[in-house]
Design a protein around this ligand. Structure first.
Ligand code: PGA
Length: 223
């Protein structure tokens, strides 16, 4: 049975009361899964709440949604790899919202991946096209790499890519990189299996649907 990654990307959503409520509901259900790695990526400010709640919840890991491309130092507002590693083992890098809204370039993304590697964080690199793989500038030395293929038209739209196209892209990514490849973009509990049943797809990155703990549990169950 292949290993599946089910990743929740909460983006800039939820306050601490909502986070605690989500955790209470989510952990009230038994996650009796063996082949699924669940990774929750809340805002930086909520990582500590998750960490203390999940200490005894072995099946769930934590990720950050971004990482500074600088190391620690005088960079106001940045959160660096060393700080993230205190709480998380994964970090999302190059999400399309950051490439578009924060002008992240291939060079910046490469520096972020280098910082993730330096602090032993597994990068979850998001790409919306194969070109972003072909034009990328990063080098992976020895860490595991997760790539999430998230076409722009599918992110937050309710219109997922077709599983056939996602499969083609995943196969091509794997020709270029030694990586786990996930699909992301309007994944929900009804369509998740159509992606995870594909041999070349190793899981899903879930945005909006992961904000509802019961829907996210259904996604995990159905994957
Ligand atoms: P969505 O977001 O599931 O809301 O489409 C996915 C993502 O942006 O990672």
């Amino acid at each position: 049975m292949k290993k599946l990654f089910i990743i929740a990307n909460w983006k800039s959503n939820n306050d601490s009361i909502q986070v605690k409520d989500w955790i209470e509901r989510f952990t009230s259900h038994d996650l009796g899964f063996t082949n699924k790695e669940i990774i929750i990526c809340p805002s930086f400010v909520h990582l500590s709440i998750f960490k203390s709640s999940f200490l005894n919840h072995k099946l769930t890991s934590l990720g950050a949604q971004d990482i500074s491309h600088f190391d620690e130092g005088s960079y106001t507002g940045e959160v660096n790899g060393k700080q993230i590693k205190e709480f998380a083992d994964y970090v999302i890098v190059g999400h399309s919202e950051r490439r578009t809204d924060f002008n992240e370039t291939h060079e910046i993304i490469a520096q972020k991946i280098a910082m993730a590697e330096k602090y032993n964080l597994t990068p979850i690199l998001c790409v919306s096209s194969l070109d972003q793989i072909y034009n990328s500038k990063f080098v992976i030395h020895n860490s595991e790499l997760i790539v999430a293929y998230e076409p722009l038209s599918a992110v937050g739209s309710g219109n997922p890519d077709s599983p056939e196209n996602a499969e083609k892209v995943a196969i091509n990514i794997k020709k270029e990189l030694n990586a786990f490849v996930l699909y992301g973009g309007s994944v929900n509990s009804d369509n998740v299996k159509s992606f995870t049943q594909i041999a070349s797809i190793d899981g899903v990155l879930v945005g909006r649907a992961s904000l509802d703990p019961f829907e996210f549990l259904e996604i995990i169950k159905n994957a």
